[in-house]
Design a protein around this ligand. Structure first.
Ligand code: SF4
Length: 509
């Protein structure tokens, strides 16, 4: 019975070569992988999702949406389309623009589409786990793509396997589809609502059948998901969903609202309907979306990211001002906070570090041998702006400290007299279990060292972080949104966490 449910899992059209094999543990987008094997010194996002209903070139619209969401994942991408009869799906490894040429888009007919772009580590960059996943289930053909990470998947998977389920991938998305297929509910929308109420963790999901599009967020609203529309003169509006509103700008879509935490939205030819499949769970939207992940031109959780980052920089200047000649951002994500800091502190802002935007993905792969060269490949100091200056460097995080040390050395090597590092969020002391690729606690420098010890390690003249209260104040929106701050507090909003990952180090630096 269950085997039959999955006969329709396809070997999608392969735009790449390698399909990697088995992985272990949990990681971004819910695939199994060893988080401890990762060595990048920046936190990595998750994934980006997009959905289109009612557009003659749905695949191209999904492509444009994914193009705008490329910062949320650069390892693989996929688009599934439906034309009322068939459901096509193409996935590949690489950037959206590399995979979806005109020829490839021409193979995706239909007025509906969902899309996904994904980050993963080398070990689990498997096409097998790329999304959307298309499944021929007892409830019909379903394509699904999701951003986030389930935290009770071990139990769910075991219980589904006891019921005879046979898994073809290690993706959380497949668990969701299995739950839908095994649901006793008679209608598809009831089965989806029933399944979503059984899973715990972070998920912003887009789903599609031959004739309907669905979008849903987890009850705590960890990850963003917004709804918009494209006005079509003389024809019904196109309804669009995207992880971030910057995608709407490229689609010339108008923002309507966020999909609410615990909400399931369904779009059919007859229009948009919605139901609250879960309520009463406290909201814990990821505050790190505002600090780092989301683009500054996006509006997430009802607030402009640019505004939040500007406020973080201003508050940082109020909390930890220091006499200096110039404020320099670590590009690109430190730029907006540095602008706020400089304005508040009345110190000139200068691009004293220049980023090379053309470094290939080969050089930003999370591998140790690459990381040692990565900083010099990506950043170069502007000597005449730094020479003889007291410099305030603004960055958005310190993970292991290795990159920060290289940047401080680089600025000092360019002739800076003093280097003061300011971080636009509190110290990262705990790993994330909700779709963000974080090292284990053993590898987080702030989990195992005092701020003074970190300062000595990175060789800065002074080091200060934004306070938690300062950060919460910077993202506040008249109390409408509550945030997850677990990576700064260790206080997790869900019950299920990986105990091994939250053990502190036994030795310090
Ligand atoms: S633990 Fe940190 S990164 Fe993860 S969801 Fe919470 S705030 Fe976001």
């Amino acid at each position: 019975m269950t085997q039959r449910l999955y006969q329709g899992v396809e070997n999608e059209i392969d735009a790449t070569t390698a399909i990697l094999a088995e992985t272990k543990g949990k990681s971004c987008c819910g695939e199994a992988a060893s988080r401890r094997a990762r060595s990048t010194d920046k936190l990595r996002e998750e994934c980006g999702v997009v959905a289109i209903h009612g557009h003659p070139s749905a695949a191209r619209q999904a492509y444009l949406g994914l193009y705008a969401l490329q910062h949320r994942g650069q390892e693989s991408a996929g688009i599934a389309t439906a034309d009322g009869q068939r459901l096509a799906n193409i996935k590949g490894m690489g950037l959206v623009s590399e995979i979806f040429t005109d020829d490839v888009l021409a193979k995706l007919p239909g007025t509906m589409a969902i899309g996904h772009t994904r980050y993963s580590t080398t070990g689990d960059s498997a096409l097998l786990n790329a999304q959307p996943i298309r499944v021929d289930s007892t409830k019909g053909l379903i394509a699904i793509a999701h951003n986030g990470n389930l935290v009770n998947l071990g139990n769910l998977r075991a219980s589904l396997e006891r019921d005879g389920a046979y898994f073809q991938t290690t993706s959380d998305s497949e668990i969701i589809v299995q739950l839908i297929a095994h649901s006793g509910s008679s209608t598809l929308v009831d089965a989806i609502a029933d399944s979503l109420s059984k899973i715990d963790g972070a998920f912003s999901i887009v789903m599609m059948t031959r004739d309907r599009v669905f979008a849903a967020r987890d009850p705590r609203g960890f990850r963003p998901l917004s709804m918009g529309r494209i006005k079509n003169p003389g024809a019904p509006d196109t309804v669009v969903f995207a992880s971030e509103t910057c995608a709407f700008d490229l689609l010339r879509a108008e923002y309507i609202r966020d999909v609410l935490p615990g909400e399931l939205v369904m779009v059919t030819e007859d229009g948009v309907t919605s139901r609250q499949y879960s309520s009463g769970v406290p909201q814990t939207s990821c505050i790190f979306e505002h600090v780092y992940f989301a683009r500054p031109d996006s509006r997430i959780f009802g607030r402009w990211v640019q505004e939040s980052r500007d406020q973080m920089g201003r508050q940082l200047a109020r909390e930890s001002g220091v006499a200096a000649d110039v404020v320099v951002p670590v590009p690109d994500s430190g730029v907006t906070a540095a602008l706020g800091y400089a304005e508040e502190a009345r110190i000139p802002f200068r691009f004293g570090l220049i980023r090379n935007h053309y470094v290939g993905r080969t050089f930003i792969e999370p591998e140790q041998r690459v990381r040692d060269f990565g900083v010099r490949l990506k950043l170069n100091p502007v000597h005449n702006l730094l020479e003889g200056k007291r410099v305030i460097l603004i960055d958005d995080s310190i993970i292991r400290g290795t990159t920060s040390r290289k940047i401080v050395r680089m600025v000092r090597g360019a002739g800076a007299k003093e280097v003061h590092l300011r971080i636009s969020c509190p110290p990262t002391i705990s790993p994330c279990f909700y779709g963000v690729d974080t090292p284990s606690k053993r590898e987080l420098i702030a989990a195992n060292n005092s701020i003074e010890e970190i300062r000595r390690y990175i060789e800065a003249d002074s080091l200060a972080y934004l306070s938690l209260d300062g950060l919460l104040g910077a993202v506040q929106d008249q109390g409408r949104t509550c945030h997850c701050t677990a990576c700064y507090t260790g206080d997790y909003p869900t019950q299920w966490v990986d105990v091994e990952d939250i053990l502190p180090a036994t030795v310090s630096l």
